[in-house]
Design a protein around this ligand. Sequence first.
Ligand SMILES: [Fe+2]
Length: 410
Amino acid sequence: MNKIIPVEKLEIGMEVVALDKSWLETNILFHRFRVQSREEIRKLKENGIRMVTVRIPDPQPAAAPGKETGRRPEEGESPIFREMEVLPIPTLKEWNALHDKTVAVVAKSFSEVRMGNVLDVAPLRNQVVETLEMLLRDPRKNSFLVTLSEVDDESYVHSANTMILAMGLAKQTGVPQEEIPRWGLAALLHDIGKALIPLDILKKPGKLEPNEWDTMKRHPKLGHSILSKSKDDLVRGLCTHVAMEHHERKGGGGYPFGLDLPDIDPVSRSLMVLDIYEALTAGRIYRPPLSPAKTLSYLLERELHKLDPRAIANLVQMVGIYPVASLVLLTDGRIAMITSYKDPDTHTGPVDLLAIFSKPGVPLPEPVRLTLSTIDRSRVKQTYHPRELGLSPADISRYLEMAEAEPPDH
Ligand SMILES: [Fe+2]
């Protein structure tokens, strides 16, 4: 249950879930945290916060062991960062609801730009912060969420997914936490120039003709022109660079300017990789999606020479070869979904799976839980995208929820 109280009534230990001012109006990055000191309360007052929403815990039995906390805090992490990780791990439903809202906010932003209105950054910033709060509370690295999206509004879904991946990567690579939202907002806006591409080209259900492709390739410059008019410093700065640079390639083989990697912002260099990864794993109207493992192989075999190899290595480290929700053909012929890793940071050691098919095309009467001591190429003959097996995002969510409901003992 949530309760709104004056900031004067705030006590150390209380869990704040909202403030009465938006992110834009304060210097307070997180609007959801557990109060650790009088200093934090003083900072809230200094920023003009008068009322805060606090969560009053429901009188429930304790959660299952291992469900309440994320990984152990590390040396040097700020108290708020540590506290974000001892809040309850977000449920899949919460993730899906947040993702749907982000897609809706991006869609509205595209439509505002299409109508010639000034881009309203505040709702986009809110989505970035809410997503970051969820990421910090979640040790599972929710990059698997990219597989859970329907493909309807692919530009908007792409922006939302890329934002999640970008902030996950920033967190993974030790970007200071106050910098992480910058990555998120830049990712969310990287394709905003597509708002000014004619819809018959943007939504064409097939490959583009050369002249249509030339039009499509204008979107980085259009994005630059939209974002450089913003009153928001971050949007005019980093977001504008990333919108302009994310299709440049190593050695100058990209567009619009043929810049080489050293001349490109490091955020853009990472976003190039995430942009391709998301596009391939989500699929397009004219191109079926690939599994994460096949996408990573493609990046390493076909794109390595065009991209920043460190950015690819960071992505592989973040998602692993077989992220949660991956579908794998095991050597015994069963097809199973990866549901959790004992060590989600390294994707090594024991792994839980749910066997769904006895062989391709033949579902098991009931999913069967499995635990393998490790997972690697010697145990996996093939990987699939859910769609290849006729599974919808809702099916994947259902299986994950089934697995989360009763996590097996390790
Ligand atoms: Fe793009």
